[in-house]
Ligand binder design. Structure first.
Ligand SMILES: [Zn+2]
Length: 470
């Protein structure tokens, strides 16, 4: 099987066929840096990460662009509230955004273009639309005339008769019922304060939608492979991106549109008024790590709503402890005779894992394939001669899932290694008092030792003695 992705534009799963063989251009709508990202936003960023890592597993050289919206209506409102300059204000939330991405082990995009640094490209694009007669000016602003673009509505599935009563809309976000001419360039008003550019289109600032058209085409070309975002962006944002881009170039803008579903918190829509508004910090403060969050999220297919629950987080911890435990037992396996019964199990596991991801990034099934592999391997057993193959399998799956702890966890300090050795010696000479004393000492040094029929194994205790969350 080859990679198949559900394309919102065609409303079916399609084989992924890139424009240039072996390469994939990926544009993902990034954050508006006006607030801390909440765990609903996180679902989109994690979906982008899953997509990017799957493409890389499948051998594509990915060029990933994630923009930062650093000027828009909400940012300007925030500026006056916090009494900061545009640069200071957006830098603060940009730093917080990247810190969250790093904690979630989300790979950094190759490019993070900022809207304020690409105003010239937006002006050029608006000028092209103007030449084609797709724009008009009113009160110092420039609008896109949706009725002049015959394909308007094709992504979100609106018919053109819904667009008969055209008026104009100035705000960046609006509902489908208000499908209207939208602002490409917003003439300066008093509310904009110091946020203003002097351009060929007059004094003002860009609308939100034009930035993604201008920047995606600048970095990936007029037609590129994949554009992704949350379902809430299908209308109006992505619909408007198509109109602006295809209106200007006359070329197809994007080959595959990917949209992730929304997130619920304990079965309810998240909102500040409901008091269930959750940010990553709320999760980390309870002792969970990014990999626990990843595991919980990836257990739902990205096109299904995901219900975030604290119980689900606990289950993620237990499941990951099981996987880590397995990895440690592989590393500590005894005997040097390879077990041939593992060969078909490794093969079957890899096939099931890849097929799950090839089927529109079915991460839930990929995780299930990993668990099946672990129980199969436990059933037939393994020796130290098998460890490299099994570890390679685990690393390969983890290159996409990113749910296992850092591998340096396996590295011991000299002191820890010496103590472990002394304890083994004490056990061999049946000096159990000394073995117990050394076990306690090792615990203080952050290692838990367990004795089993095949010898002793150890595991690292998080934060020197605290095992697992809380
Ligand atoms: Zn966008």
């Amino acid at each position: 099987m080859t990679l198949h992705l559900y394309n919102t534009a065609s409303r079916r799963k399609e084989e992924f066929r890139p424009i240039r063989q072996g390469e994939a251009g990926l544009y993902t709508c990034g954050p508006t840096v006006y607030d801390v990202a909440h765990i609903g936003n996180m679902r989109a960023f994690l979906t982008f990460d899953l997509l990017r890592r799957t493409l890389e597993l499948r051998g594509y050289k990915v060029r990933h662009v994630l923009n930062l919206t650093d000027v828009d209506d909400r940012i300007i409102q925030g500026l006056s509230r916090e009494n900061l300059s545009l640069e200071e204000y957006t830098a603060k939330y940009t730093d917080l955004f990247f810190a969250d991405m790093d904690r979630m082990k989300i790979l950094r995009a190759h490019e993070n273009p900022r809207a304020t640094k690409h105003v010239d490209a937006m002006i050029t694009l608006i000028k092209r639309l103007e030449e084609k007669g797709l724009t008009y000016e009113a009160n110092g602003s420039t609008y896109f005339s949706v009725s002049k673009f015959a394909d308007y509505g094709k992504l979100s599935g609106m018919s053109l008769d819904q667009l008969q009563s055209t008026g104009r809309v100035d705000s960046d976000q609006y509902e489908k019922e208000e499908a209207r001419d939208f602002a490409l360039w917003k003439g300066w008003t008093e509310a904009d304060g110091p946020v203003v550019w002097e351009t060929a289109l007059g004094r003002g600032r860009p609308g939100w939608h034009i930035e993604c058209s201008a920047m995606s085409m600048q970095y990936l070309g007029e037609t590129f492979d994949i554009h992704a975002g949350g379902v809430d962006l299908i209308f109006p944002h992505h619909e408007n991106e198509i109109a602006q881009s295809e209106g200007a170039t006359g070329q197809p803008f994007v080959r595959t549109w990917i949209h992730n579903e929304m997130l619920l918190v304990e079965g309810e829509k998240m909102s500040k008024s409901k008091g269930n508004f959750t940010i990553l910090d709320d999760i980390f403060q309870k002792g969970y790590e990014g990999r626990h969050v990843r595991y919980a999220y990836l257990q739902a297919h990205y096109r299904q709503p995901f219900n975030f629950t604290w119980k689900g987080m606990e289950q993620a911890v237990a499941a990951l402890e099981g996987l880590e435990d397995f990895r440690l037992r592989v590393r500590e396996a005894r005997g040097d005779k390879p077990n041939e019964a593992l060969d078909p199990i490794l093969k079957k596991g890899e096939k099931a894992f890849d097929e799950a991801l090839d089927d529109d990034l079915n991460s839930a099934r990929a995780i299930a394939a990993l668990h099946t592999f672990v129980s199969d391997a436990n059933r037939v057993g393994f020796s130290s001669a098998d460890a490299p193959r099994v570890e390679a399998f685990l690393s390969r799956t983890d290159s996409v899932l990113g749910i296992l702890g850092a591998t340096e966890q396996a590295v011991l300090t000299k002191e820890q290694a010496d103590l472990l050795e002394q304890r083994e010696a004490a056990r061999r000479r049946k000096d159990f008092d000394e073995a117990d004393r050394l076990r306690n000492l090792l615990r203080e040094k952050g290692l838990e030792v367990r004795d089993g029929p095949g010898g002793s194994t150890w595991r690292r205790l998080a934060d020197g003695g605290r095992s697992g969350p809380r």
